[in-house]
Design a protein around this ligand. Structure first.
Ligand SMILES: [Zn+2]
Length: 286
């Protein structure tokens, strides 16, 4: 009896199902995808851009160029190629020097690759013929000779041609009695040229001494704040002395405190600083 009564009051489950059958997953309405609000593309999405190696912000190349390759977000000084640096430094360029010197392979040197192959690859990568670019031109009211190393070209290492170009730049400065400025970013000697590479130290040292004796200013710019400066790298020294060397060992600021370099200058003030020093040394009006 109880069973009959309850079946009268409550509809059987089958009856409910026939009135409102839920759709199968094939019949179900698909939720509409909301259209994304279209935003105007930012400059870094439409223009050639680079990423800051310190804070990883993406900046357009135009903005970097206008800011002297200094990151506008974290003030990191990005590396510049030798040619970019000289184009940035000079107000006007009279002539590029040393293009007549070309590298050869005097020792027939082969490591994992033959030296001529390495040279060709470096030339293809950098679109430069060697690791040193030198030019004569004007900086404001001063005529001067400047050269810059390109670290991308076999680590800016000094082979015979780099030596030739540096000596030529020094001799021109000496003949004309105008300053010589060198932007150094070098990885040292070029082992593929063996003793001939080491000989360049004597040659370049000799021309610097001649400039000094003649009273012609010679200025070395060790590229930028936090630049690594040293004869041998940190890792090599650690292996030799068996001690761990903490930062800021070999950094520009550390060497300034210890009297090895004279100034650490922000790139935005670098041209004015170099001009002011050279004008004083050459007694030219500022
Ligand atoms: Zn940055």
């Amino acid at each position: 009896m109880n069973n009959t009564a309850s079946s009268n009051n409550t509809p059987a489950p089958e009856t409910l199902n026939t009135t409102s059958t839920p759709p199968t997953w094939l019949e179900r309405d698909i939720a509409k995808v909301k259209p994304q609000p279209s935003h105007p593309l930012t400059a870094v999405e439409t223009e050639p851009s680079s990423q800051c190696s310190s804070c990883h912000t993406v900046i357009t190349n135009t903005a970097l160029n206008f800011n002297s390759y200094v990151c506008p977000h974290c003030d990191h000084h990005l590396t510049m190629t030798a040619r970019d640096r000289l184009n940035w430094f000079f107000d006007s360029i009279e002539q590029e020097l040393g293009q007549e010197f070309n590298s050869t392979d005097p020792l027939g040197f082969v490591d994992s690759k033959p030296y001529p192959t390495r040279l060709q690859q470096a030339q293809d990568k950098t679109e430069e013929t060697e690791a040193l670019v030198s030019m004569i031109g004007q900086l404001k009211n001063l005529q001067l000779v400047a050269c810059a190393f390109d670290f991308r070209f076999m680590g800016g290492s000094m082979g015979s041609v780099v030596g030739d170009r540096f000596v030529q730049a020094g001799e021109l400065a000496l003949d004309k009695g105008i300053p010589l400025v060198c932007f150094a970013a070098s990885g040292g000697a070029r082992m593929q040229e063996g003793l001939l590479s080491l000989m360049q130290m004597a040659r370049t040292g000799a021309i610097i001494e001649r400039l000094k004796q003649a009273g012609v200013p010679y200025l070395v710019v060790l590229t930028e704040p936090k630049a690594m400066i040293g004869f041998a790298g940190k890792r090599v020294i650690e292996q030799t002395v068996r001690e761990t060397l903490e930062e800021p060992f070999q950094r520009a600021e550390f060497l300034l405190e210890h009297g090895v370099i004279d100034q650490v200058v922000h790139r935005h003030q670098l041209i004015d600083t170099i001009h002011r020093i050279l004008a004083k040394l050459t007694r030219v009006n500022l």
